[in-house]
Design a protein. Structure first.
Lengths: 189, 754
């Protein structure tokens, strides 16, 4: 299940590289110059059955080709580092949980396919998702529905919005739970 | 009393053999090809061997296939096409391309319902050592992580099951897509299919190779790669190579030996007589073994190949007497060589008889096969050959063949013998004795194309399993599961991954322990919910009220026929319970061996075969001490010490010197070198006996032995050119050994000369 979110987040930061449509080509070319993207995030998880809302916030740094540092500050510090071969989750007590490509090849099959997106590889995203793109001025919205049988069981839809940078990501699970991530102060270098 | 003619005895004997052959034919001629079944310790291993055979029967006939293309749709279309071809081909019994996409939907929910009883060793350790806080922190991190799971938050807040699943389930790279299992690697899609062949995987399946090579070439031309992995393919390629070489070298050596005999004797009679004697002798040997054991092991026949050399030796020795100018007919010939033939027969029989007194059935069968064969040859030569019309052969130029005898005469037999013996002894000291290596891997030669396919298929499956595995035996299901758990724990300590049913269906004792430990997590769960501001106390309490009912492997296996480790649960065999624990990755065999107990047995085919070769080789070399002692006793009784020593000199020194030569050139010896030494020893004995008995007809003896020597080189020495290591090992040893025998055997005449 980790791969669902892995896919969504990776996708969010890599959207600029997708040349799915002519509409998107402009955006892609505009943001492809940023090798490093950083900023703040606010995440809200709505857990439908438990009628619960979980808020968290922090900052992130994304480096091409595939390095994500997700640094949560509230409600407690937690760090998530993602590389092509390893996902390291640092808990509040300092303990670490590591998932490697050798241990969980399926998880990394997904992450590897998303690596292609960073290189502007349209086919990489088409492997896993059916998608549509719509544009309103400089704003764009991309809706993705999983093709993959395993993903389909857990995730119903991913929606990403942005302009120069990604602004929001919304992941809708089959269970009815949703995760909304809002990015702010995003800078590219 | 009138002496019964030998020919009549031979005729009666032949009738008995034919009757025996008919009886065997009616009973059915069974050739046993299972190498491990003849391993003596298998009897002691009780049900382990049977359990191993049951486990392996699931996949020995199976071939795993990947159809790979950069385009997923093209890969699927090609897989569909190939699957159709396979289903229409009579080589195969089944092909499975589509897999139930929801197989996991059946057994995973079952395990989820038992999650409180499925704590991982790490979770148990944390709870029992008072470090449950670690579990709490992991759960909190997971719930806030953008990659964390929220679906089971209400029923498994601490993510215990997710941890269990990630740690336990085999992580195959293949994933379902529209009913297909697809692995993705290097930007290419590989569609998986499982194929079963319709035959014995270990028989020679030439059409399987044809299919494999044909399809690979056809699909490669279309831009699609095919990768196959299966025991039947390795076996087919191995057999094909051996068959090709047997046909080539067999044909070559047969033609060469026949031409030699026709040229030497200027007649077809010796050729036909020799061929017929070989046929009758080998047939008798087989019938004798079948009558005693009801079946004959293929290895007994392979080991008994030396009988061909001895048969040819007896025949050529008889016909070569035609070069003796003093002889007028075959009755005289027989009179001249009878003593040598009797002694040759006795020494050869005694040599092989020693192999009967071992624990190995294959050596007992070898003894029966060769003794029956040699006796038949002996009886045929003395009973039938004198009936052939005597033919005087041209003796022109024969003086040249006695050149070796002349050399030894000039040097002095005793002097030469001591000098050669000292040289061999020094060689043995300098090389620090003979060294043996019985590793079966040294004899294997897998074609590159299959090796590449094996690597590809393993990569695409994403999981590597050792070829070795453990069989666990217990008095009950619970007993087996407990033993599996103890083994898995020891394997973990050695950083070896265990794939076992008990990982998913723990022993009842372990389930009970997990449930007790789970109850200790109640305050942690409460703290977790408090942290995320969830306060439905009734739901929190419910998590600890309803404990799942205990379950056993059969409950789990009943949920889905596609449970990944279903084959590992063997059930009841001979009143005891058995299971298999598969070893993940490449594991050190020594480490695995150390984990064996009385009820946990490591099955490693390569190690078992190497061990078998070692036992066989050690038994044969060990028996040789008895062979030499028995022969010495026979020869001393027959001729006294001096002559006995002279006769034994050539075969013993040739055998040792051959092994020394192999040791120097190759570094070590193997079973096949030792087998060659048996042949060398027997022929060396014959040569020495014939020389020792030759007296005034030395020239004719020389010619007979020269023909036998050349025919042995043509028949066996030519095998040294084989690309199969085992065969070439045998060939090189025979070549070197027979040359030494030919050179040294005239020294046997030195007993009288000196």
């Amino acid at each position: 299940m980790r791969k669902i979110f892995l896919a969504a987040i990776t996708l969010a930061f890599s959207i600029s590289a997708i040349a799915a449509d002519a509409d998107f080509e402009q955006v892609r070319q505009h943001v492809m110059k940023h090798k490093v993207v950083s900023g703040n995030f606010k995440q809200v998880r709505n857990l439908k059955d438990m009628k619960l809302k979980l808020d968290s916030e922090g900052d992130f740094k994304f480096k091409l080709p595939f390095d994500l540092d997700w640094n949560q500050k509230k409600p407690f510090p937690m760090d998530l580092l993602m590389t092509p071969d390893k996902i390291t989750q640092k808990n509040a007590d300092g303990s670490e949980q590591v998932i490697t490509k050798a241990q969980q090849p399926v998880v990394f099959t997904f992450s590897s396919s998303f690596l292609g997106i960073f290189a502007g590889d349209k086919t990489a995203i088409e492997k896993t998702f059916n998608y549509t793109v719509s544009m309103k001025g400089s704003k764009w919205t991309m809706s993705l529905e999983p093709k993959d049988d395993l993903l389909k069981k857990a995730i119903s839809k991913v929606e990403i919005q942005g302009s120069e940078f990604v602004e929001t990501v919304e992941v809708s699970e089959k269970s009815g739970n949703t995760t909304h991530i809002q990015f702010s102060n995003v800078k590219g270098s | 009393m009138k002496k019964l003619p030998l020919f009549s005895i031979w005729l009666v004997y032949l009738l008995v053999i034919v009757a025996g052959g008919v009886y065997v034919g009616i009973q059915g001629f069974k050739i046993d090809t299972d190498f491990l079944s003849i391993f003596p310790s298998h009897a002691e291993r009780g049900g382990f061997y049977q359990a191993s055979a049951q486990y392996e029967s699931n996949f020995t006939n199976e071939i795993l296939v990947f159809v790979q293309n950069a385009d997923r749709d093209k890969a699927i279309a090609a897989a569909e096409e190939l699957s159709k071809k396979i289903s229409q081909n009579e080589i195969f019994s089944s092909v499975k391309l589509k897999f139930s996409g929801n197989a996991q939907d059946q057994w995973v929910p079952f395990l989820y319902s038992k999650r409180q009883a499925l704590l991982t060793p790490e979770q148990t350790r944390n709870i029992e050592s008072g470090q449950s806080q670690i579990i709490l922190n992991k759960a909190l991190t997971n719930i806030y992580s953008p990659m964390g799971l929220t679906t089971q938050l209400g029923t498994d807040p601490l993510n215990l099951f997710q941890d269990f699943f990630l740690n336990t389930a085999a992580n195959f790279s293949v994933k379902p897509f529209n009913g297909y299992l697809i692995s993705e690697k290097d930007g290419k899609y590989a569609v998986f299919m499982r194929v079963k062949i319709n035959r014995n995987a270990y028989s020679f399946n030439a059409d399987l190779i044809e299919f494999y090579e044909g399809q690979k070439a056809e699909y490669t031309a279309k831009g699609t790669d095919l990768h196959f992995l299966g025991a039947s393919l390795f076996s087919a390629f191995g057999s094909e190579k051996s068959m090709r070489e047997v046909n080539l070298y067999g044909g070559l050596s047969f033609t060469a030996v026949m031409l030699l005999l026709v040229w030497a004797f200027s007649s077809a009679i010796p050729v036909i007589a020799t061929l017929a004697t070989i046929g009758i002798s080998v047939g008798t040997g087989l019938v004798a073994v079948m009558l005693v054991y009801s079946s004959v092991h293929v290895l007994s026949i392979v080991l008994g190949i030396s009988v061909l050399g001895i048969v040819t030796d007896y025949c050529t020795h008889f016909f070569a007497k035609g070069f003796d100018e003093k002889l007028e007919n075959n009755e005289q010939v027989m009179k001249k060589i009878k003593g040598a033939l009797v002694l040759g027969f006795l020494t050869n029989t005694l040599t092989y008889l020693c192999f009967y007194f071992t624990d190995l059935i294959v050596l007992k069968q070898l003894a029966i096969f060769t003794i029956a064969g040699i006796f038949t040859t002996f009886l045929t030569v003395i009973g039938v050959f004198p009936k052939f019309k005597f033919r005087r052969l041209h003796s022109k130029g024969l003086d040249k063949v006695v050149v070796i005898s002349n050399i030894w005469n000039r040097v002095g037999h005793k002097k030469a013998m001591i000098t050669i013996f000292v040289i061999v002894l020094v060689g043995l000291v300098l090389t620090r004795g003979l060294k043996f290596n019985d590793d079966i891997k040294l004899l294997q030669s897998v074609p590159t194309v299959l090796k590449n396919d094996e690597t590809k298929v393993t990569e695409l499956l994403g999981i590597k399993r050792s070829a070795s595995y453990f069989i666990v035996k217990g008095t009950s299901v619970e007993d087996v599961l407990k033993k599996e758990e103890a083994l898995s724990a020891k394997m973990r300590e050695n950083n070896v991954k265990a794939l076992a049913i008990s990982n998913f269906s723990p022993s009842l004792e372990r389930q009970k322990q997990s449930l007790t430990d789970y109850q200790k997590l109640e305050p942690i769960v409460k703290e977790f919910y408090k942290t995320i501001n969830y306060n439905d106390q009734s739901k929190i309490k419910a998590l600890f009220v309803n404990a799942p009912t205990p379950f056993v492997p059969s409950n789990l296996l009943a949920t889905s026929s596609e449970f990944p480790l279903a084959m590992n649960w063997l059930g009841k065999i001979n009143g005891e319970q058995f299971s298999v624990v598969t070893v993940g990755g490449d594991a050190n065999l020594e480490i695995l061996k150390a984990l064996e107990t009385e009820d946990v047995h490591l099955i490693s085919k390569a190690a078992d075969l190497s061990n078998f070769m070692q036992v066989l080789r050690e038994t044969i070399t060990g028996q040789f001490a008895y062979v030499i002692a028995a022969l010495l006793l026979l020869l001393v009784l027959w001729w006294g010490w001096k002559r006995a020593f002279y006769i034994l000199y050539a075969p013993v020194v040739s055998a040792i010197a051959t092994m020394l030569f192999i040791r120097i050139c190759y570094g070590y010896l193997n079973l096949f070198n030792v087998l060659a030494v048996i042949l060398i020893f027997c022929l060396g004995m014959d040569y020495s006996v014939f020389f020792s008995q030759s007296k005034e007809s030395t020239r004719a003896t020389h010619v007979g032995i020269l023909i036998s020597f050349i025919s042995t080189i043509e028949a066996f020495g030519v095998l040294s050119m084989s690309s199969t290591y085992a065969v070439s090992s045998f060939g090189v040893s025979v070549f070197v050994g027979i040359c030494l025998c030919y050179l040294l055997s005239p020294l046997a005449a030195g007993a009288e000369h000196d």
